[in-house]
Design a protein around this ligand. Structure first.
Ligand SMILES: NC(=O)c1ccc[n+]([C@@H]2O[C@H](COP(=O)([O-])OP(=O)(O)OC[C@H]3O[C@@H](n4cnc5c(N)ncnc54)[C@H](OP(=O)(O)O)[C@@H]3O)[C@@H](O)[C@H]2O)c1
Ligand SMILES: [Zn+2]
Ligand SMILES: [Zn+2]
Length: 370
């Protein structure tokens, strides 16, 4: 069976001949891979910055953003059958008996950091023809989302981020009654920093929640990312043309920032204009560089005096996967063209080298299997 993987000891990206997996438990499911999204994480693994093969293997199969089709089910699987579409999650629990998050199925909050991740850390990924997975790590997908569900995994980052944001903002007991059906974010302003796949999916989630959304990203208009942002009712503003202070003047109180840029200096510069009682959600995972100057006193005063909160989000619980599938369905109803346009291209496995090591282009590129 063909797969795309890295061999870190030889610093090689290669097409790998990987054995076809077989069911080894009653709750396992064999899945035929349909599509796998390529993201910055995969590209970084191809620079050998991280990415660790499973014990005993020389290679690591890549791919963690996947849509597949069930082909075979273990004896005790219920609720899924051959032909059903599924999306797998990525992170698997650590073995430490006292790690409560892992023992409760919340390895996204693992306390030991001995978790493993499919396609990233000590477990093979999904860039191959078939894989076997426990049912508990698969989320069912309706057939109507066949063209979109490969984006479920990156959307879970926004789902988890917003779940946490609402938990924190429960402190604002006078807000978000959501009795008018306009969404919990109605009347509030959100800024999304960055218009890549993470940012644009986050912007869609925030629009669904009723926020007024401003996408603040690098390239000036006109550009295709700005077009997508504006077609979902967000306003696109270029950071080349508008400073954070000018942005804050245009927006009014910035109630929420969804950071999706992965650059420390830009992110902390925007944090200076986070509003009163605001919440700042970090998604970015920058490569570590040297120290950078930040307006530390200013930030600290604001965080204290303006009751600000900062949370990070890394994917994600089964609930976030289910919410992502639900919300992709909502995006499809509201903005069918915009959500489809997030997928720049669907490619065969032959394009893997260009997609993983060539110049990054478009928004979300997908490798099609089968
Ligand atoms: N938390 C998690 O679990 C998780 C999972 C996956 C990814 N991530 C992280 O999420 C971040 C975003 O990912 P992505 O795939 O959406 O990234 P991406 O495709 O690289 O998009 C980044 C966006 O930020 C914009 N940008 C870059 N520099 C900027 C600047 N100086 N000022 C304003 N905008 C700027 C880019 O603008 P242009 O359009 O002009 O290029 C682009 O729109 C990354 O750090 C990634 O590592 C996190
Ligand atoms: Zn990814
Ligand atoms: Zn753990």
């Amino acid at each position: 069976m063909k797969g795309v993987g890295v061999v870190p000891t030889r610093r090689e990206l290669a097409l790998i001949d990987h054995p076809e997996p077989v069911l080894a438990g009653d709750y396992q499911i064999k899945v035929k891979t349909l599509e796998v999204g390529v993201c910055g994480t995969d590209r970084e693994i191809c620079t050998f910055a991280y990415g660790r093969p499973p014990a005993g293997d020389e290679y690591l199969l890549l791919g963690h953003e996947c849509l597949g089709e069930v082909v075979e089910t273990g004896a005790k699987v219920s609720g899924l059958k051959a032909g059903d579409l599924v999306v797998p999650s990525v992170r698997r629990p650590c073995p430490e008996p006292t790690c409560r998050p892992c023992r409760e199925g919340r390895q996204d909050f693992c306390r030991t950091w001995d978790f493993t991740e499919r396609g990233i850390n000590q477990r093979h990924g999904f860039m191959t023809e078939y894989f076997v997975e426990e049912q508990s790590y698969l989320t069912p997908v309706p057939a109507s989302l066949r063209e979109l569900a490969v984006m479920a995994e990156p959307l879970t980052i926004a789902e988890k981020g917003m779940t946490q944001a609402w938990q924190v903002q429960k402190r604002l007991t006078w807000e978000h009654p959501n009795t008018d059906g306009l969404g919990r974010g109605h009347g509030l302003n959100a800024v999304v920093l960055g218009a890549g796949p993470i940012g644009l999916l986050g912007a869609m989630k925030l629009r669904l929640e009723g926020f007024k959304v401003f996408v603040y990203s690098r390239s000036p208009k006109p550009n295709f990312k700005a077009d997508i942002a504006e077609s979902i009712g967000a306003k696109y503003i270029s950071s080349k043309e508008v400073t954070p202070e000018q942005l804050a003047q245009k927006v009014g109180n910035i109630d929420l920032v969804y950071e999706a840029v992965g650059e420390g200096h830009v992110s902390f510069d925007l944090m200076r204009v986070l509003g009163i009682n605001g919440i700042y959600i970090f998604t970015g995972i920058p490569a570590e560089k040297g120290p950078i100057p930040v307006f530390a006193d200013n930030l600290m005063r604001n965080i204290t005096l303006k009751n600000q909160a900062i949370v990070g989000t890394v994917n994600a619980s089964p609930d976030s996967f289910a919410e992502a599938i639900h919300d992709l369905g909502e995006f499809q109803k509201r903005w069918p063209n915009a959500v489809k346009a997030l997928i720049t291209g669907r490619h065969t496995i032959d394009a893997h080298r260009e997609l993983l090591t060539g110049r990054a282009t478009g928004i979300k590129n997908v490798i099609r299997f089968g």
